[in-house]
Design a protein around this ligand. Sequence first.
Ligand code: SF4
Length: 356
Amino acid sequence: MQISNGKTFLSFSEALSAGIAGTVPAFNWLVPLLDANGADEKALLTGADRLRAKTMGNSVHLRGLIEFSNFCRKNCHYCGLRAVNQKIKRYRLSETEILDTALKAEKLGYKTIVLQSGEDLHFSSDVMCGIIKELKNKTKLAVTLSLGERDETTYAAWKKAGADRYLLRIETTDPVIFKAIHPDSDLEYRKNCLYILKKLGYQLGSGVMVGLPGQTSLNLAGDIIWMYKLGVEMVGIGPFLPHKETPLREEKGGTLNQALRLVSVLRLVFPYAHIPATTAMGTIDPLGREKALEAGANVIMPNITPTGVRPLYEIYPNKICLDETADKCFGCVTARIIGLGRTVGTDYGHVKRNTK
Ligand code: SF4
């Protein structure tokens, strides 16, 4: 395969080794990489893994995920938590339960917790400010929020209360696909949320879903270019997995290989970003997370939500690690990381700025 870098044509391996990593991404090399197969695909994954070792080192950072509410006001067509789904039991953790879970995580050795929920307005600006301040007073944890779309005043209040990072996946920047899967969201509004979060100084994460109906490599390349312009510092991707209680139940899901190629291409475009090996990849393939760690990823987000409610946070079906207690999960993930010849990060794993 030949790839143009805008000046000349390079062979696939020349393109990987001689200079596209960290350069301004362009459709003419993103698309062939996203479509790579056979030996080219292997070279892409290996090249991205090598680059990860050079830029991010051998450590894998663990972020403890607390899914504290499965209430949601929205109806995304791929998500089991959508408001109209009456087949799931809804739950909210109390502020004490959230704090207790975080304290246990810190004791186990976590440096970061991720507070994630559906778009649940019960957790108002003030309620979340109280939780964030309490966490910051009682622990030394870095706090990442993943609470969806809110207004600028709210994002600013949470930042002031001590939140360090924010994750908001754009999912797709293609206006037609975005509208088709988000009946009650607006692409420009979502983009604006991300611009605001950036302006407020959050360490910023976004990401996309791969394998969506009608999505092409050209769409994914467009997503990558948009995220590059935004300046994301953490990039999470998940294969689309159809859930039976959603309108997309009959669609074909994304594949692990699509997801792995995307992880690798993201590593080339964002040499210093934090890229998770997501649980959804572990759902498609028991070794999916390990494979992602060997394709450019450097983060794992173990689920530390209390096991009593964990199965109820079913964005997609057949999620893994539903029964393991937080300490069992920590041991299991640590063993998997060591099994790959890597180490568990002992620092905060904050984003590396100005090194894009
Ligand atoms: S993807 Fe998020 S916003 Fe959409 S329905 Fe699910 S929880 Fe709600």
